[in-house]
Ligand binder design. Structure first.
Ligand code: SF4
Ligand code: SF4
Length: 182
């Protein structure tokens, strides 16, 4: 893994993280976050660590992977810090530079969602589950009874039918990915 100083420079300069120096550590973000209790560090602590250069701890944390992009923190921040965008940026940085915590299952869960969207324009339960199961079969086996019960009630969509105008959707995706690289 890159050293802390290089990671901080990368986050601040390439991923626009520098605005977190304006954080006054008021804690409104963490107090308004519905997932804070599940996170290794709430957004306030995460930014404190990043600001002091403990970027390896930041990138090993589950915080950004648990963020559900509700924007509650961003709305509450008295310093107008784009907290949710920084959560996205940290995820993107972790994936692009292969800085993910190898023990964390969350990046694979994200990929299991994004792959079918790229391919079919949508997800179904099974399209996500099959991808995730390939890497974490025991997790899926633990939920097999639930899956079975859902299937019995016809609540598990087995076949995936792509969206209408998939070609148009893929064009939009390609353009979005191009813009992201700029
Ligand atoms: S709400 Fe804004 S200023 Fe307050 S701790 Fe969170 S990021 Fe910092
Ligand atoms: S956007 Fe993410 S970090 Fe912010 S409050 Fe919602 S879940 Fe928490």
């Amino acid at each position: 893994m890159m050293d802390n100083e290089s990671l901080k420079t990368l986050f601040f300069e390439t991923y626009h993280g520098e605005e977190i120096v304006n954080c006054i550590q008021c804690g409104s973000c963490t107090a308004s976050c519905p997932l804070a209790s599940m996170m290794d560090y709430g957004p306030r602590q995460l930014f404190a660590l990043a600001r002091e250069g403990f970027m390896q701890d930041v990138l090993s944390a589950n915080t950004m992977w648990f963020c559900v992009s509700c924007y509650g923190c961003t709305v509450k921040c008295p310093r107008d810090i784009s907290i949710t965008d920084h959560m996205y940026a940290l995820k993107k940085m972790a994936i692009k530079h292969d800085l993910k915590n190898p023990k964390s299952k969350m990046p694979m869960m994200y990929k299991s969602f994004s792959d079918p969207v790229k391919k079919f324009g949508k997800i179904t339960d099974t399209s996500v589950i099959f991808r995730y199961a390939f890497f974490h079969p025991i997790d899926i086996m633990k939920n097999s009874r639930l899956a079975f019960n859902l299937a019995k009630k016809n609540r598990l969509e087995i076949l995936i039918h792509p969206i209408k105008n998939l070609k148009g959707f893929k064009k939009v995706m390609t353009k979005a990915l191009e813009l992201e690289k700029k």
